[in-house]
Design a binder for this molecule. Structure first.
Ligand SMILES: *Cc1c(COP(=O)(O)O)cnc(C)c1O
Length: 373
């Protein structure tokens, strides 16, 4: 018996990835960082591979090593590496590592010697996002360091890559600008004798809207989980996550009753309040106070007052809700329940954050689908 649960439809992830793969003129990497955007890193990875992904992507070295410890042997790229990590463990585990500075290339050379084999690297170019990656002025030094290490047998340059700032705003002028910069970077790399097998820049949004940005590999995250990176478009994707809980108790209260901490919500009429055992300690954003939608019985009601650490109160009016009824916060929308998109709109965030907040926390995750068996 579950009191609150996150259900993840692994077949939906598999099918979304198969659809993305059919759309892409390139290999597909699925990003399973941050516990698979809250869906569970390892199960999400297996579902992605079943859907035809040939690569997995994570932010940290720890995430990559944890995939390997789970027996996943598929190519893995880890792209968020601060100085001083035990990179030799990544090299020994056959993990591809991203580098955007000559300093990290040096560390990879040392790691390769420790591991007894060349480090597989993807050189990261900043083409306008101004986050990770070498800025244009640093490209020559990065390519020189990489070419030297490759000539010395300590490094294999597998990829050259970048990341978009505004691919989720189709038509944004920065997308063309970044693509042009990326082309320049690739030309410059070739000038240093670096011709990578994998050139990649597209995230889900660019995969769906910019076929000219697919190159050799596309990196899909949010779309694999069935959520659209572009507001108002679904692209036939199927949301994989449902968050729900059983009503703990209900009570009838009069008009004028203040509800939850701070009594910020006041009942308009005599009404039924349902106590739902999910709170910000589980992943419900506190910004959902008095706005988060919840499906209970046949109606979509709103959270009444503040989201607490462990619970919320929902004003269900005169609906005949009783303890034990299932309250759905969000899901694919099949039975009229709100979606992660609706939650994002209600709370002023993005669908990415809504699902990711439910990662590896207190709420048990249960898996559905053939992939789960
Ligand atoms: C998370 C991430 C992705 C996936 O982005 P989506 O918008 O979820 O498709 C791709 N590339 C990098 C570098 C990332 O960090």
């Amino acid at each position: 018996m579950w009191q609150a649960e996150v259900r993840v439809d692994l077949d939906a992830i598999r099918d979304n990835v198969a659809m993305l793969r059919a759309r892409a003129s390139a290999e597909v990497l699925v990003a399973v960082k941050a516990d698979g955007y809250g869906h569970g890193m390892v199960p999400a990875a297996r579902a992605a591979l079943a859907g035809g992904a040939t690569w997995l992507g994570v932010a940290t070295l720890d995430e990559a090593l944890s995939l390997r410890r789970s027996g996943i042997g598929a190519p893995v790229l880890a792209w968020l590496l601060s100085p001083g990590l035990p990179l030799h463990e990544g090299v020994a585990a056959g993990i591809d590592l991203s580098a955007g500075t000559p300093g990290l290339i040096d560390e990879l050379v040392t790691a390769a010697r420790q591991a007894g084999g060349p480090a597989r690297v993807h050189l990261k170019l900043d083409t306008g996002l101004a986050r990770g990656g070498a800025p244009a002025a640093g490209w020559p030094a990065l390519f020189e360091a990489a070419a030297k290490a490759e000539a010395g047998g300590d490094l294999e340059v597998v990829g050259v890559w970048s990341h978009f700032a505004c691919a989720d705003e189709p038509g944004h002028e920065s997308v063309d600008r970044q693509l042009a910069a990326f082309q320049e970077g690739l030309t410059m790399a070739a000038g240093h004798g670096i011709v990578p097998r994998l050139r990649h820049i597209a995230n889900s949004a660019a995969l769906l809207t910019r076929p000219d940005a697919h190159f050799d590999l596309v990196r899909a995250g949010i779309a694999a989980y069935g959520l659209s990176p572009i507001a108002g478009q679904t692209y036939g994707l199927r949301p994989a996550m449902t968050a729900r809980a059983r009503v703990m108790m209900t009570k009838r209260v009069p008009a004028g009753q203040g509800v939850s901490y701070g009594l910020t919500y006041t009942t308009a009429d005599e009404t039924t309040l349902a106590v739902v055992p999910l709170g910000y300690g589980d992943g419900v954003p506190r910004h959902a106070s008095s706005v988060g939608p919840v499906r209970i019985g046949g109606v979509t009601a709103r959270i009444a007052g503040r989201v607490c650490m462990d619970q919320v109160v929902v004003d269900v009016g005169d609906e005949p809700v009783v303890a034990g009824d299932v309250a759905v916060l969000f899901g694919p929308g099949d039975d009229g329940e709100p979606t992660a998109d609706a939650w994002a709109a209600a709370t002023g965030t993005i669908n990415y954050e809504i699902v990711t907040r439910f990662g590896s926390g207190r709420v048990p995750r249960h898996y559905d689908g053939e992939v789960a068996r």
